[in-house]
Design a protein around this ligand. Structure first.
Ligand code: NDP
Length: 402
């Protein structure tokens, strides 16, 4: 039915391509382009071996709008799935505008010289996308992504008003490395070393990085120390569900990870400001990324599972209601399916399903949208069918209900 262009051949890109290949009725042709073409070729080879589907590959620097426009004009996709880095969001959206092609991504724009992510830059494309008659779907991974759809599903089926939202994200897995990040190390470290933030009574409350934490009990995993972070879906969810009084995001980190991170920060290795080394300007965090394991290489010996969900409190028919909706994903199950670890998998599967929603017309209207603005039901059905079923608990005590 449709040709897609996937940009970014990392951990997430590998899952997206393979999952698209598994649904030939929707994704009739798949093109993969990235900065390092050998990574595209490896994914294409693995996809051919497993699904017997050919993937066309191209070298592309997606920071360069003209190059992306040229590739889109040459290959003529209906949709571009951006799973490169957040820095490329705006240049790729510009290329989509110029060529009249739909757009989706899994992480919101972030300028390279400032560790600050917010939707304002991408929401500012609303009128231009509408006028051009094309759609942009923002943040369609797991978090952001499925967490927004879970919230929309809760609002549709279980609440008249949502008042309290806690997104809880646990990686209860072990990849056997002393220190590695589960998605792009540069983006991951920028995210967790910046100040934390949550929404309460109409205001954003800022806290020092990692200064608020509590033990949360995760299904099938147990209690884990969970830290309050700022996460991008909070921004769109409090806008799209204005009855929310408080919205927070919690993520688990092990002591070993935090100790490494503290040392790296203390010695200046997480800085995004260039230093001159042997006459060449280098960014310490980019150098650090180069010596850390690639997220796409963590899968083989990864044990344990992830558990991500939304804990919600609000009102239904005048009565206080609590609801917890979540998914647990085993790293080995992800590896057995597409040779990936659970974090890339839980991002790539919803990205493929978001693309499917757009291409089948379930979610299609001109303009720029977040996932929670669409009907959650068909999305959740397909996400479950393709590897990430949801569980739910109604009116049971919530672990973070304080
Ligand atoms: P990786 O670092 O594994 O992959 C990123 C890929 O993008 C690499 O192949 C890289 O190329 C490529 N790339 C970087 N810059 C450019 C460029 N200028 N032009 C073309 N290609 C480029 O990261 P992940 O796969 O783990 O993450 C991908 C995206 O998914 C990130 O934006 C991340 O924030 C997001 N994400 C979202 C999640 C969610 O739940 N919503 C969870 C996890 C990740 P090269 O190989 O040459 O470096």
């Amino acid at each position: 039915m449709s040709k897609v262009l996937v940009i970014g051949a990392g951990g997430v890109g590998s899952v997206v391509v393979k999952k698209c290949a598994s649904v030939p009725s929707v994704f009739t042709e798949i093109i993969l382009a990235s900065r390092t073409v050998s990574k595209c070729e490896k994914i294409a080879q693995e996809t051919f071996e497993k699904y017997g589907r050919k993937v066309e590959t191209y070298q592309l620097d997606a920071d360069n709008v003209a190059d992306t426009v040229a590739l889109i004009n040459k290959t003529k996709p209906k949709l571009v799935i951006n799973v490169a880095l957040p820095y490329q969001d705006l240049p790729i959206m510009d290329a989509c505008l110029e060529t009249g092609v739909h757009y989706m991504d899994t992480a919101n724009y972030e300028p390279i010289d400032e560790a600050k992510f917010e939707y304002s830059w991408q929401w500012a494309y609303q009128d231009r996308f509408k006028e051009k008659g094309i759609m942009a779907l923002l943040g369609c991974g797991f978090d952001p992504g499925v967490t927004g759809v879970y919230t929309a599903y809760a609002a549709k089926h279980y609440f008249d008003e949502i008042h309290y939202l806690d997104i809880v994200d646990c990686n209860g897995g072990d990849h056997g490395k002393a220190f590695a990040t589960n998605f792009n190390p540069e983006i991951n470290i920028r995210e967790i070393t910046q100040k934390g933030k949550y929404f309460e009574d109409g205001l954003w409350v800022e806290i020092d990085a990692m200064s608020v934490h509590k033990k949360i009990n995760y299904p099938n995993i147990g209690e884990r120390d969970s830290y309050l972070l700022y996460h991008e879906e909070l921004e769109s969810l409090v806008k799209n569900f204005p009855t929310i009084k408080r919205a927070r995001f919690w993520m688990t980190f092990g002591q070993e990870y935090l100790t490494h991170l503290r040392v790296l920060q203390n010695v200046g290795m997480t800085s995004i400001h260039p230093i001159v080394y042997e006459g060449k300007a280098i960014v310490p965090l980019k150098f650090l990324k180069a010596v850390l394991p690639e997220p796409s290489e963590l899968g083989e010996n990864y044990s344990g599972e992830t558990s991500i969900g939304c804990q919600i409190k609000g009102i239904k028919d005048g009565k206080e209601t609590t609801y917890y909706i979540y998914n647990n994903c085993k790293h080995q199950a992800a590896y057995n399916d597409v040779k990936s670890q659970g974090v890339s998998y839980t991002t790539g599967v919803p990205a493929m399903v978001g693309a499917m929603m757009m291409l089948t017309g379930e979610w299609m209207k001109a303009g720029v949208y977040n996932v929670e603005e669409f009907n959650p039901d068909p999305f959740l059905e397909k996400v479950a069918e393709h590897g990430l079923p949801w569980q739910e608990e109604l009116n049971k005590p919530l672990a973070v209900n304080t």
